[in-house]
Design a protein around this ligand. Structure first.
Ligand code: SF4
Length: 265
């Protein structure tokens, strides 16, 4: 009886299933095409679309040698972060992500918090957003190892949720110490959380970006220039030419500030 019923309805049901399977696979193809297109655009926009700097120019910006004294202090700080349990995130992390880079860096990039890839590797900005940050840094004529990269939070919030105020309060002293130790010429705050925290403001990232602000490391010291810009993860989610231009404009201002104008094509 069951076999007879299936035989009767099969001609009507199967085409619907086939259509659904076709639509699903078309959607997947569209997704893949979109990712490939985005990747291609990213390549063009952040590297091929801009003239790379001459070796002489890169040399001027690249810190010549590591500062061993600073490197030792940063190492000590990283060890402290590795053992930290000042907030609940310490118990949930796989690895703490203190930050990494050149101890003589002129530019410090500060993001929000580690994600899944960063938590797994114990290194900052190594996922998809990190790849985009690498491209931005390269388009500036630099390598990742020439700058210092870190986050406001040193441990991953579960599910990549926003950092909570008490977590930021507990963790901020580590970042403040890193910046004070490095004493960079410029801080690039990546995204709203980094910019708002470092500038102690509730202004939106849209209003903050595009101009330099001042970050005070410690009393009596010259403030460090701080450029807020969009977080690479935001850029990937809102992949418009306008947003990419805005980030690149911000980075050109950073280069200008370091007396490194963009060469014409
Ligand atoms: S997020 Fe910061 S304060 Fe919280 S446990 Fe990790 S290192 Fe410590």
């Amino acid at each position: 009886m069951k076999v007879k019923l299936i035989a009767q309805i099969a001609p009507f049901v199967l085409p619907v299933w086939e259509t659904k399977i076709k639509i699903h696979s078309m959607e997947n193809q569209t997704d893949i095409k979109k990712v490939i297109r985005q990747h291609g655009e990213m390549e063009t926009f952040f590297s091929g679309g801009f003239t790379q700097k001459s070796p002489a120019q890169i040399e001027r910006l690249r810190p010549a040698v590591e500062n061993t004294e600073v490197a030792a202090k940063l190492e000590k700080l990283s060890a402290k972060v590795g053992k930290c349990r000042k907030c609940g995130l310490g118990a949930e992390r796989t690895n703490a992500v203190p930050g990494e880079g050149n101890s003589n860096a002129q530019i410090v990039f500060v993001g929000e918090a580690p994600g899944a890839d960063e938590d797994a590797q114990g290194r900052p900005f190594v996922g998809r957003a990190g790849k985009l940050l690498d491209k931005i840094i390269n388009a500036m004529g630099l390598q990742r190892q020439d700058v210092f990269i870190c986050n406001i939070l040193k441990c991953r919030p579960p599910g990549n949720r926003d950092p909570k105020p008490d977590e930021i309060n507990s963790c901020l002293p580590y970042l403040q110490k890193q910046i004070e130790t490095l004493n960079p010429e410029i801080i690039v705050a990546l995204g709203a959380h980094a910019a708002k925290t470092l500038l102690d403001t509730s202004e939106t990232i849209g209003k903050l970006r595009g101009r330099f602000h001042e970050y005070v490391t410690s009393p009596g010291r010259e403030p460090v220039k701080l450029m807020p810009t969009y977080h690479p993860a935001y850029l990937l989610r809102n992949y418009s030419l306008d947003n990419r231009r805005k980030v690149w404009d911000d980075m050109k201002k950073v280069l200008d500030e370091l007396n490194l104008p963009i060469l014409p094509k």
